[in-house]
Design a protein around this ligand. Structure first.
Ligand code: NDP
Length: 284
């Protein structure tokens, strides 16, 4: 029988736990964890994400600051703001919402963030730390998936894990985290030959492609655990994952839905990373 993993429920549990930890930390140190979210331009999806992050901060008891900059903001002006936030003792986490407008180098902006405030875990220092097993921060979506697997009681040691997608945000960090938990990991991408043959080997299949319902039942092994990271807007305005849920779910032991699976975990992990940043800063 297949179990649908409820990401909303797990993320609510984590957020509640974080509320308690935050008020205990504040009582002990007088410090309120602070998150600065920077949005450049008016991409509608990014606006929604930024709004959700601010709401989560408020709910948990963090200081939340939003910087909404116009699409024609120069790279220099954005770098200046990041330098300011790096020095701001009330701010423990800095998140620059991606994607950035084309005239700004994403790599340069990420590299300018103090790695100790890099709650997205995208700075090369933290990426290197993830490779060697000691990052300050782990990217929120893969960290959220690991938390979902852990809290669902899914053991990973010795399992065959296959990830479809090799982005810096999801696919690659996901592979490193699964490897650290002793899974045997394969990463697939657009040049992978005979994708169904590879995905059919997976005990744990992670889909992070951005193509609605591309993972079909013939690509999934019986009793696999299937984690769907994809968020795709259909023509009718509804959201769909990368997995054809209706046909795949009956074959699985566990599966995440879209919406309500991985998505809510991403924000919960951003909050966790921000509290971790504030705790680390209080010990300096
Ligand atoms: P990217 O576009 O950066 O990466 C997509 C990956 O999929 C690439 O590695 C690409 O391969 C691969 N790919 C594309 N087509 C195929 C194909 N036909 N067969 C095999 N592989 C293919 O996407 P992201 O990693 O940023 O995001 C993936 C999805 O996850 C999106 O839907 C995004 O919206 C969602 N997402 C959801 C989050 C959440 O919180 N729920 C957070 C982040 C992302 P190649 O490298 O060869 O081009």
């Amino acid at each position: 029988m297949s179990v649908v993993i409820d990401g909303n429920k797990v993320s609510q549990e984590i957020r509640q736990q974080l509320r308690g930890e935050t008020s205990a930390f504040q009582a002990q140190t007088g410090i309120v964890p602070g998150l600065a979210v920077v949005l450049v331009g008016d991409d509608p999806a990014s606006q929604v994400y930024v709004g959700r992050k601010a709401k989560a901060c408020e709910e948990i008891g963090f200081l939340s600051r939003e910087y909404r900059l116009s699409a024609d903001t120069s790279e220099t002006a954005l770098l200046d703001l990041i330098h300011e936030l790096n020095l701001d003792s009330l701010i423990h986490g800095i998140l620059v919402q991606l994607p950035l407008p084309k005239h700004i180098s994403t790599d340069r902006i990420i590299a300018a963030i103090d790695p100790h405030k890099d709650v997205d875990g995208f700075h090369p220092y933290n990426v290197g730390g993830l490779v060697t097993g000691s990052p300050l921060f782990v990217p929120c979506t893969p960290r959220g998936i690991m938390e979902l697997l852990d809290r669902t009681g899914i053991a990973l040691a010795g399992k065959e894990a296959v990830i479809v997608g090799r982005s810096n945000i999801v696919g690659k960090p996901m592979a490193l985290l699964l490897l650290a938990q002793h899974a045997t990991v394969t990463i697939c991408h657009s040049r992978t030959k005979d994708l169904p043959a590879v995905t059919s080997r997976a005990d744990v299949l992670i889909a992070a492609v951005g193509k609605a319902r591309m993972i079909t039942a013939n690509m999934v092994k019986d009793n696999a655990v299937v984690i769907d990271v994809g968020v795709n807007r259909l023509e009718n305005g509804k959201l769909a994952g990368d997995v054809a849920f209706d046909e795949v779910a009956p074959k699985t032991s566990f599966i995440t839905p879209v919406p309500g699976g991985v998505g809510p975990m991403t924000i919960a992990m951003l909050m966790k990373n921000t509290l971790d940043a504030a705790i680390a800063a209080s010990k300096k």
